[in-house]
Design a protein around this ligand. Structure first.
Ligand code: ATP
Ligand code: MG
Length: 720
């Protein structure tokens, strides 16, 4: 009997879901139901016992998407799917490595390090190699190393030809040594190592090839070379691969993603059936037409037609803000107005190009009393205080973790200075020892000055004490114990942290809450196993937001984080040349096209309403400058837009000049149309001049107080 859920699909989607052949690529535009096809295909495979849950492997782009996919399927099929392999590439690789740590050449207690830890290690290497940090930035070595790993290249596989490459190589080698000694695995390593595990172990590979009868991958356009090879290892021509993707939404080229992998599929997999979906179910006609018009400016596309039955809907709204503060007010006002119309806050999203844009928006939302959550931006587990606690925990179960050692050895301050640390690093390097081992030996053999040795000795005992508690306490109690025992609360309560004190202390509390929540779904919440599970989970999820309480909140996120999501109402802000498209991406055609795809992703998140905004001037790093509306705005046909622009300030200026009968447009260095700020009246624009010299009066139109005549001599105007 046909499962009833098939009736929730259109004809082409149904054919894809029930496709009986091996390999399938669904290539289709935004909102056409690609993710839906993937989920329903799994449901179809599981129904009538075509395949067992443990024989399915599904790859999603984020951990959140993986949780949602599993939840969705469990509701559809009314059964638990705990044994199914659903996750991100990183999560799935991690699962493989935990199972086969020995074959993979790791120790059982291996730790995952995130990019910040990685950078810390690299900084140490640069220092110990005496590299000029201006010329050789650790960030660059990070890019180099991750880039190589993503192409499957180890340091010993690189033949070097010039001085530059030789230095990078030296750093790469030193980094590999530290990771292997500390039993540390970075994100790129998770994939590379699990790939090597499968490639180098035919028995294991054949087992998994037989085991995973179906492999399904969402957002395929954003896979990189290593991810492609990883799939290829698990999935030869005889396996069953379902990939879904949209070349127009490939937005991670800067991180090595290659939408060309879709073409590669066609070459590598015989009988690949390519299905195109053309009906969009998400957005109104106007939103779709605008997004299609923008993306049409890109060359080299597979080319897709998208249509909708949803009707035209409202026009898109365009707001030209006076500056970024005005824009933030507009956003808060827009959200509040929508909420009054009955749209839930959680059905709205504010999207921006760069993380830094969120601060002022957050401020205004708070002022307006609107709850919000930052998705992918706050990175709860990446906050300083949280990482400090995690470093203590990591070090407690793996004392050879140098990155964690460096982080906490002198936090809170215990009198262990840079000189003592440099000796430890040096000793570790020359004797091939971890910092922990170096510290033990150097303290015991009295190779350090008395004060530093005493402080270091106390630190080592403190860590031994924490390590002893790991096996005795449950996870949440252990975390509370560490925070108190180490004295982190007092540390953050110090005057120099006053500005962040409250939020830091709240975050520490929140970490205990997070641990309690995590314990709910753990098989073993006590001892090193519970801690291990928690730390791995945290590393994999850093970069995604910890789910807040059930309260309805507006979603704030970068355009990159918005991929795959949808909201009834979307505010896409900061649409200025230089900000979006980003200044770094405006010169090269490929980069600009990637920005345009990002714009397409942003616009197509909207179901019913899309608001676009830009600021005519914006402060960046404390300096205010004039902005040009984004070229992407100009690519949207005018008839699809309804402008909410206040009358342009320069137009106002000209009009007042006419009213005054004057013709001066510059006086004593002040310019007509210039934006100013006055302590009492706020923001305004110069609209005219009266008098001259010492008696000069400036006519200013203030946003909130109307026109005023002021003497620049006394008014203390600040120029924007
Ligand atoms: P994106 O490219 O943004 O990832 P997508 O192609 O994965 O989008 P989905 O998220 O699967 O698209 O679907 C978009 C919306 O359309 C969802 O709300 C989905 O439930 C709905 N949808 C898809 N197909 C149908 C259908 N046949 N009938 C009703 N709604 C559908
Ligand atoms: Mg999708």
């Amino acid at each position: 009997m046909e499962p009833s859920f098939l009736s929730e699909l259109n004809q082409i989607q149904r054919e894809a879901v029930t496709y009986p052949g091996n390999n399938l690529l669904v290539l289709a535009g935004a909102g056409s139901g690609k993710t839906r096809v993937l989920v329903y295909r799994i449901a179809w495979l599981l129904s009538n016992n075509r395949v067992n849950a443990e024989n399915i492997l599904a790859v999603t782009f984020t951990n959140k998407a993986a949780h949602e996919m599993r939840g969705r399927l469990e509701t559809m099929l009314r059964c638990s799917l705990g044994s199914m392999w659903v996750g991100t590439f990183h999560g799935l690789s991690h699962r493989l490595l935990r199972r086969h740590w020995q074959e993979a050449g790791l120790e059982e207690s291996f730790q995952i390090i995130d990019s910040e830890d990685q950078l810390r290690i690299l900084r140490g290497i640069h220092r110990s190699l005496n590299l000029d940090l201006e010329r050789w930035s650790p960030k660059q070595s990070q890019l180099y190393i991750n880039g190589k790993k993503e192409q499957g290249i180890r340091s010993h596989g690189i033949g070097h030809s010039n001085f530059m490459e030789e230095t990078w190589l030296k750093i790469y080698r030193a980094y590999e040594e530290i990771c292997s000694r500390g039993n540390l695995v970075d994100f790129a390593e998770l994939l590379l190592r699990s790939h090597e595990l499968l490639r180098g172990n035919a028995a294991l590979r054949d087992y998994y090839r037989g085991h995973f009868r179906h492999i399904l991958v969402d957002e395929f356009q954003d896979t990189n070379t290593m991810q492609y090879l990883w799939i290829r290892e698990l999935c030869d021509d005889t396996s069953n691969l379902t990939a879904v993707g949209d070349d127009d939404q490939s937005i991670y080229g800067w991180r090595g993603a290659d939408s060309g992998n879709m073409k590669r599929l066609d070459r590598d997999y015989q009988n690949l059936n390519v299905v195109r979906l053309e009906q969009n179910y998400r957005s109104t006609g106007n939103i779709l037409a605008a997004a299609n018009a923008v993306i049409a400016h890109n060359g080299s596309r597979f080319g897709k037609k998208l249509w909708t039955e949803r009707g035209q809907g409202d026009p898109l709204v365009l707001y030209a803000a006076f500056n970024e503060i005005d824009e933030a007010k507009y956003l808060a006002n827009g959200v509040a107005t929508m909420a009054e119309k009955g749209v839930a806050l959680s059905d709205m999203a504010i999207l921006y190009r760069s993380n830094a844009q969120s601060r002022i928006i957050e401020e205004k939302l708070l002022e307006w009393g609107l709850s919000y959550r930052i998705y992918g931006g706050i990175r709860f587990f990446e906050r300083t205080e949280i990482k400090d606690v995690l470093a203590y925990l990591r070090l407690a179960i793996n004392p050879h973790d140098d990155a964690s050692f460096e982080r906490v050895v002198n936090l809170p301050t215990r009198g262990i200075g840079e000189v003592a640390l440099a000796s430890l690093r040096n000793y570790g390097k020359t004797h091939d020892r971890s910092l922990w081992q170096a510290a033990k030996i150097m303290v015991e053999t009295q190779q350090l000055p008395g004060r530093a040795a005493g402080a270091l000795g106390r630190f080592l005992s403190l860590m031994d004490e924490i390590a002893a508690q790991v096996s005795l306490l449950d996870l949440a109690t252990l975390i509370t114990y560490v925070i108190n025992f180490v004295g982190l609360r007092d540390h953050y309560a110090k005057p120099q942290y006053a500005e962040y004190k409250q939020s830091r202390l709240e975050n520490l509390d929140e970490l205990v809450t997070a641990a309690k929540q995590a314990m709910g779904s753990m098989v073993e919440a006590h001892g090193s196993q519970g801690l291990q599970t928690f730390l791995s989970q945290v590393s994999l999820e850093s970069g995604e937001r910890l789910e807040g309480s059930g309260e309805s909140c507006v979603n704030l996120m970068t355009l990159h984080a918005a991929k795959g999501l949808e909201f009834r109402s979307v505010f896409l802000c900061g649409m200025e040349d230089g900000l979006f498209p980003h200044v770094m991406s405006m010169r090269e055609r490929d980069d600009l096209e990637e920005e345009r795809r990002l714009c397409y992703v942003g616009m197509t998140r909207a179901m019913q309403w899309l608001h676009l905004s830009y600021a005519e001037s914006r402060q960046i790093r404390g300096v205010s400058s004039f902005c040009k509306p984004s070229r992407f705005l100009r690519e949207i046909p005018g008839e699809l837009l309804r402008s909410e622009t206040l009358v342009s300030k320069v137009q106002i200026a000209t009009k007042f000049e006419e009213d005054l009968g004057g013709n001066a447009n510059e006086c004593n260095g002040l310019v007509l149309g210039q934006r100013v700020f006055h302590g009492a009246f706020g923001e305004g624009t110069i609209v005219g001049f009266e008098g001259q010299g010492e008696y000069l009066l400036v006519k200013i139109k203030f946003r909130d107080y109307g026109n005023k005549l002021l003497s620049p001599k006394y008014a203390n105007l600040k120029l924007y």
